[in-house]
Design a protein. Sequence first.
Length: 106
Amino acid sequence: MKGFVLFVLIFITFYFSIFAESNNDISIGLGAEFNMNSRENFAGGAVLCFNYNLKPSFAVGINATASSNFAGIYVIEPAALFKWYILSKDFSGLFIQADAGVYNDE
């Protein structure tokens, strides 16, 4: 039973992220994740991000993650992100991403 629950959680995390693009310069994303923002085990979180594509193959943006371990620990993580699309000039395909931000454990 434990394996099935883990499979369902991983499936939800990887397959229910939503991204929308407008005029190929701006994208907005909403998704779910599981992370280690907990003293024991894992925490579930929701992610909201905003990207702006710079020319020719770089993008910058911000994201915020709100997490809870379902037992009293709540975490908010705002961050700036930087993307480099390695093999493409049209902002698609393989990319490297770096995040820098803060961690607030409430």
